[in-house]
Design a protein around this ligand. Structure first.
Ligand SMILES: Cc1cc2nc3c(=O)[nH]c(=O)nc-3n(C[C@H](O)[C@H](O)[C@H](O)COP(=O)(O)OP(=O)(O)OC[C@H]3O[C@@H](n4cnc5c(N)ncnc54)[C@H](O)[C@@H]3O)c2cc1C
Length: 328
């Protein structure tokens, strides 16, 4: 069965969620992905990045324009799917992926499985794993239709793995259908990292008992503000009133999956690490070199947070002052 992935880019290139879907889809496909679809315009870099996952074909929309909801591309994608008849088309469960695939499904009467946690081969057809009823029930679903199936994949649950050494052919596709322009993008308002829900945060600075006092915990706030991160902490930080319950990470707090978490003065008790085990990168600062947090950290600093953090903050500020504007 041919499996396709529709990818998405942002200012930094290929989005992490698209990398995750490319990885997952390649596994479902048994090692080689049939195709990736690149919709945005002027995305030669995106194509290069997608090639690292080795899809056999990369379909590149010739005239795309930026679309936040993805709906505008539904007709283009629908026509392409009707023509090539892949078995399964995947995208990330993002605003773009949801908007695009749900409208394509509606217009072209294709089955869709949103927010999947896993896809596997059943005895007769593919099985789609989803969570229902406030995530209390795990459901396995299958498609009863012959048509190509669409599905979106939940973000943050796959470890990205590239497939070097495979060759891709790029096929530019000129759209034969008119863009619908059903919605118009007005403005993107970035969420305030200091107030954003911890489970949605991309970068977190977390403090624990080692911060010593409410005044000491201010260093966490200061570093977070400087790097645009959300503030989190351990139960000791919450018990001391330095953070509210909704900022506590762990078994009795929030489960987080940021790109980066900087854990400061946190021992790494299992009840805490339970809530952060899906973080992509962990940097730990602790004065005890045997602290359990170092066992799961990608990088660690053995030192006193009251010395390390002010120095780190100072250096980041200096770095920002000395940074040359782009193109200067
Ligand atoms: C049922 C149950 C549920 C729980 N749920 C959670 C939960 O959801 N989340 C959670 O976090 N915990 C939870 N806990 C508590 C958990 O077991 C730990 O007690 C807690 O995580 C410890 O927090 P901490 O590491 O910040 O503090 P501490 O245990 O006090 O550790 C402080 C760490 O900071 C280091 N340190 C001290 N001073 C400095 C300094 N100046 N510079 C650098 N490092 C320093 C120390 O070496 C130590 O490693 C739960 C416990 C139970 C029993």
């Amino acid at each position: 069965m041919q499996i396709w992935v529709v990818v998405e880019g942002d200012d930094h290139g290929l989005r992490e969620s698209s990398r995750e879907v490319l990885t997952a889809a390649t596994t479902v496909a048994g090692g080689v992905l049939a195709a990736a679809v690149v919709l945005a315009p002027d995305k030669e870099n995106l194509v290069q990045e997608v090639m690292e996952f080795g899809p056999q074909t990369i379909y590149l929309h010739e005239e795309g324009s930026p679309s936040v909801t993805g709906e505008d591309y539904a007709e283009f994608l629908g026509e392409l799917i009707e023509r090539e008849r892949p078995g399964l088309v995947l995208a990330a469960e993002t605003q773009f992926g949801k908007g695009l695939l749900s409208r394509t499904a509606l217009q072209y009467r294709m089955p869709i499985f949103p927010d999947c946690l896993g896809i596997s081969q059943g005895p007769e057809s593919l099985l789609f794993e989803r969570l229902w009823y406030g995530e209390r029930v795990s459901a396995l679903l299958t498609s009863a239709a012959e048509r190509p199936v669409l599905a979106t994949w939940r973000e943050g649950i796959v470890n990205v793995k590239k497939c070097p050494g495979l060759n891709s052919t790029v096929q530019k596709v000129r759209p034969q259908v008119q863009t619908l322009n059903l919605t118009r993008f007005l403005e993107e308002v970035k969420a305030d990292p200091l107030t954003v829900d911890l489970s949605e945060a991309e970068v977190i600075v977390a403090g624990g008992g080692g911060m010593g006092s409410a005044a000491g915990f201010q260093l966490i706030q200061e570093l977070a503000e400087l790097i645009g991160a959300a503030v989190g902490g351990s139960r000791v930080a919450r018990d001391n009133g330095w953070i509210p319950l909704k900022r506590q990470i762990g078994q009795t707090g929030k489960t987080v999956a940021p790109r980066l978490i900087i854990s400061c003065g946190i021992s790494g008790a299992t009840q805490h690490t339970f809530g952060m085990r899906d973080a992509k990168k962990i940097i730990a600062i602790n004065k005890d070199k045997n602290a359990p947090i170092f066992k799961i950290a990608d990088a660690g600093i053995v030192g006193d947070v009251h010395e390390v953090l002010p120095e780190l903050i100072k250096r980041i500020k200096e770095g920002k002052q000395n940074a040359r504007p782009v193109g200067a």
